[in-house]
Design a protein around this ligand. Structure first.
Ligand SMILES: Nc1ncnc2c1ncn2[C@@H]1O[C@H](COP(=O)(O)OP(=O)(O)OP(=O)(O)O)[C@@H](O)[C@H]1O
Ligand code: SF4
Ligand SMILES: [Mg+2]
Length: 332
């Protein structure tokens, strides 16, 4: 959403996606707009159910059959993803996109040795040296041994490094990583994130990280997009957004994030529950949980606007950005 001269690599506008559950339709995206530019890391953060995975998967039209496109458009690397035919989509996924998911062992075939799986991801007929070289780039020691191993013989961190190696094998323009470190031990999360970031920077690709861990992504992203109720409610450079949020929900996320509590104080979850929408939200979706809400918030849907170097979707952003950050009262 940031105004730049260059063409965005990803341009998503007013995207509306619903899931047909048989009894009702869950509106997972309620007008989500987002641009990703070349050579940047963008993190999308939000609580469970805010729509992060739906947005990330929509970029490759990788949603399950019950997902329905109800409006908006998605352009990735010059391809209109919503109208592309199967061949164009296959080319896009194969040549320009790379995905890293939360659970690396689920992403790997348990019956196939790692070397063969990596070779398939690389395409063509790569020799053992090329496969080992790719694994080394993902900071896997003893690549020859790993090539002979089956997935269950690797630790979670090693398996995720293999998945990362496979995702970058064809030099994608865009890497989408959905909670890439959530299933890993806390001690290695930082290292795996650092590897992902280094590989991104070396290749000049763009990386979109989907996560609920605001602190972790703050150290690794250039820009952050905060998601709530199927919309991007705040988007801007990480430093600006984290130091002076303009949306009460960003504030609440920061107050709830590990490392922000006063000594001896327990972490405080954000009170209330996120919405599950069944139709377009005609008010502010955060209003039921927001300490700053006013009658206007419940009567009028806020639209995105620019303020202090970011985009924000809140009627009262001026009041939020001036406040001391983050306060417990606002998070309550
Ligand atoms: N296959 C599905 N069928 C029905 N509803 C779904 C399906 N997938 C997601 N949803 C619903 O869509 C909304 C957005 O889900 P999504 O998985 O995109 O959120 P998320 O931000 O990735 O959450 P998490 O942090 O838990 O991964 C939620 O209300 C979720 O329950
Ligand atoms: S629009 Fe109103 S209810 Fe929504 S986040 Fe802003 S102040 Fe809170
Ligand atoms: Mg998800």
């Amino acid at each position: 959403m940031t105004a730049r001269a260059q063409e965005p690599l990803v341009d998503i506008a007013d995207l509306v996606i619903g899931y047909d559950t048989g009894t009702r339709q869950v509106r997972a995206l309620d007008g989500a707009s987002l641009q990703v530019f070349d050579d940047e890391t963008l993190a999308i953060v939000g609580e469970s159910g805010s729509g992060k995975t739906t947005l990330g998967m929509a970029a490759g039209r990788l949603l399950p059959p019950e997902a329905q496109l109800l409006g908006g458009r998605i352009n990735v690397s010059g391809v209109d993803v919503t109208s592309a035919d199967d061949a164009a989509l296959r080319r896009l996924r194969h040549d320009r996109l790379g995905f890293v998911f939360q659970n690396p062992t689920a992403a790997l075939d348990p019956t196939m040795r790692i070397g063969r799986q990596v070779a398939l991801a690389m395409g063509g007929r790569p020799g053992p040296e090329a496969i080992a070289e790719l694994l080394s780039r993902a900071e896997l020691n003893e690549p020859q041994r790993i090539m002979r191993a089956f997935p269950h013989e690797l630790s979670g961190g090693m398996a995720q490094r293999v998945v990362i190696a496979m995702a970058i094998a064809r030099q994608p323009h865009l890497l989408i990583a959905d909670e890439p470190t959530a299933s890993l031990d806390a001690s290695i999360r930082e290292k795996v994130m650092a590897t992902l970031g280094r590989l991104r920077a070396e290749s000049g690709a763009s990386l979109v990280i989907l996560s609920h861990d605001l602190r972790l992504i703050a150290r690794h992203a250039d820009r952050v997009a905060v998601m709530y109720g199927g919309r991007i409610v705040e988007l801007g450079p990480v430093v600006q957004v984290m130091q002076a949020p303009a949306h009460p929900y960003t504030n609440a996320l920061l107050a709830a994030a590990a490392g922000n509590e006063a000594p001896g104080e327990r972490l405080r979850p954000i009170p209330g529950t996120p919405p599950v929408l069944e139709a377009r939200c005609e008010a502010c979706a955060y209003a039921p949980r927001c300490a700053l809400r006013q009658p206007r918030c419940e009567a009028e849907r806020p639209e995105a606007r620019r303020l202090a170097g970011r985009e924000v979707v809140c009627h009262r952003a001026e009041a939020v950005i001036g406040a001391e950050q983050p306060t417990r009262q606002e998070a309550r």
